[in-house]
Design a protein around this ligand. Sequence first.
Ligand SMILES: *Cc1c(COP(=O)(O)O)cnc(C)c1O
Length: 964
Amino acid sequence: MSRPSLVDLENHQDFIQRHIGPTVNQQQAMAEALGYDSLDALIDDTVPAAIRREQAMDLGGAQSEQAVIARLRALAAQNVVNKSFIGTGYHDTYTPAVIQRNVLENPGWYTAYTPYQPEISQGRLEALLTYQQMVMDLTGMDLANASMLDEGTAAAEAMTLLQRVNKKNRSQTFIVAENCHPQTIAVVKTRADALDIDVVVGDPAELIGATDAFGALLQYPGTHGHLEDISPLIETAHDNQTLVTVAADIMALLLVKSPGELGADAVVGNSQRFGVPMGFGGPHAAFFATRDAYKRSTPGRIIGVSIDRRGNEALRMAMQTREQHIRREKATSNICTAQALLAIMAAFYAMYHGPEGLRRIAERIQRLTSLLQRMLATGNLTPDNDSWFDTLTYTVGEQRDAIVARALDKGYNLRLIGGDRLGVSLDETTTAADVDALVAIFTGSQPTSPCSSLDEEVAEFDGIPNALRRQVDYLRHPLFNDYHSETEMLRYMRRLEDKDIALNRAMIPLGSCTMKLNATTEMLAITWPEFAKIHPFAPAEQTRGYQALLAELEHMLLECTGYDAISMQPNAGSQGEYAGLLAIRRYHESRGDARRNVCLIPASAHGTNPASAALAGMKIVIVECDGKGNVDMDDLKLKAERHSEDLSCIMVTYPSTHGVFEESIIELCEVIHQHGGQVYVDGANLNALVGLAAPGKFGADVSHLNLHKTFCIPHGGGGPGMGPIGVGKHLQPFLPTNPVSPVPGLDANNDVVSATPYGSASILPISWAYIALMGGEGLQQATKVAILNANYIAHRLKDHFPILYTGTTGNVAHECIVDMRPLKEESGISEEDIAKRLVDYGFHAPTMSFPVPGTLMVEPTESESQAELDRFCDALIAIRQEIQAVQDGKLDAKDNPLVNAPHTLADVAASEWEHPYSREQAAYPVVSLRQSKYWAPVNRVDNVYGDRNLHCSCPSVESYRDEA
Ligand SMILES: *Cc1c(COP(=O)(O)O)cnc(C)c1O
């Protein structure tokens, strides 16, 4: 070999090969195994020529990990980290370091998937169940779900829940208290408008009882700090068959009566201030609690207690039959990805502090607020609110500008309210010195003595009306009381982590979910204070770093998709769908085409598609698929023709949910356009397109991009995610904005789909870093290898199992569907048995029974090495042989390692072993497991039992005692 040059030695493309599993030589060998001369030949034969992009993406070359971190540091440095007293639902907090390092920054937690396979998810299921218990205790409700996307969308979901369950009042009117957070009001209004619900915003004391409404939304305490006993209002509402949602502050609930005690029918709010950074808007977990009677109507995911085959307690996601995949447009909501990781953090925060610790934090915030009030009163400043938890609002007249200037000078952000009012909200990080500084800011002169000198004079809970003081205990479960030392907390979190399979253990071959590498370098920036500690409504001068990052990421995503404009607001794919459909709706309205409300959806679509179309107020018409799994073009033309007058759009996934590049996509777009419709391409499968084809160029008008799939944001065990939408020029004017911090370039009256202008902004550096590290060519290479890996798996498995769908040349796209139905007919072994047996082999199961019942859909992604692909294929082939043994009568049809899977350590270590196969075959069916073995902590979980006996709280305190 010749001497390498200095440039060769400084290879800036190192990261590409870190991200992509197979080496270049392996890629060549794999392509050859598939019968092609090269990887490019495979791609040319797989991706239809008609959709291939002509120009390369203008993204520059790959950058080194060091260069990317340096650039992110420079962007971060452009943000100004002020102390934020803005409140409005977002507060600074201390993330306990033990939680930051061992959960937020730990791939064992952040790379896990949504716990659809309960046997390998018991750790995060337990943490989420604890979250539900915490929310139930603090809200005083019977039932809570495992998180929502943000407080605004949770309030909107509560509105639709109340409408569903209120059988006594069929009015279409919903009352919203004017003292709700402004972003909540806006999100609710947008949601209501699409569903023809009339929202009346005003003083609830005047509206409730006087207005016939199915529901009402109150804020407790109000957005400007006022804390009042809302039980009389709720009573009046109930007398008039109006059900009530209360949006509550979780920290205040530690000191004041719970909304449940006050009569609420649903309670929503944000758990952000329980240890989750503000992050310029997210991600944080919103909570949602309601009455037991409404449990089957509750949106989102609910963790329930069930049993496993041995009758031992085991957790699982309850009532999955209500979800989008089953109920489609009749689903309770379109929420799929939620905020699991952040809910888990909030639960751990509560466990670490315990009830007394939390109460102390809340009391201290409240005391400091009372001291601030008292100090300002001596300066002749009286707050507009005569009761408070942590927020005071002052009408300051012409002093306003001077006060704001003094605050900014000191590095403090106040809440600017219309007219001449200012708000100040205190939090866990506020000190007595901050209060003194705030006094100086408001009065213009240093206080003569510090606020602490007044402490004796302030009554305990000054500011909280007597009637509202909390008497009911909370968080009595051992979980909230056993882990207050760091050692215990650390070990508890580790115990839970060890129960689960995340990407740091093995491939997670979930079709449609794109479980690729979430590189450590990509993750580093999210906990930097310059990104983490920014309030979503901080002044624009303080968020220049974010703005620059957003602009660059927008450019990058436009290059990847071929669209003209992006909205970063949707904080999950489902929300992107909703935002995109609303943009289409507004576009038609703007052209006098308001009657266009039919949404065509192919039968194979992901369940969120019809659920989102229903939310956007559209009428759904299903288009059939043909025997090959493609959209039936004849049926499409027929239905487009039939609805020519009222066609709004089509929602189509590309490549299809069947994992195939359909040749007809361009014609499909043309047909829809001919009939006046718009084309929504679900971009969840963009991992098969980036660098090769762009939906914005082959005819689509709008797509959402799941940044938590293609662009490396980790799944967090069920969220967070980001679902920005790309749109053509004509749809740009209809992108969503925000009422507090409007999105530049848009009409201030536009729709609002989530609570903050840029959704879960603080995880955007992850996708930015990925694209910068890969560069245009690296991204294209990743796409090619994703396609290669899927075809390699299909090739290795095809002699053992039928591969369901392929394109015209016999290839699949980036995923493949393995058909288990014929085998089930012959052997009685189901796709579920195979999925659970894979756990014994150390793997997370592929996507089960979506999009086709009785099948497994495998998506390897580019990040899995050839060795891991082989290990996975070897496992499936070994399982096939086990099935053959059942068919041949060598294994018992009823008692075999497949139907009994997964096997626990307790099973094989038990004194008794009653099965006709060996313990070794149960636990170590292949030699490689000797080196590293994952043990499922529970046996197969009973799906039916958990739903019949729905129990969604931690086991009773008494049951722990019994055990002890
Ligand atoms: C994942 C996925 C969605 C939904 O995305 P979420 O972020 O979970 O809401 C929609 N469509 C398809 C095809 C998907 O795979």
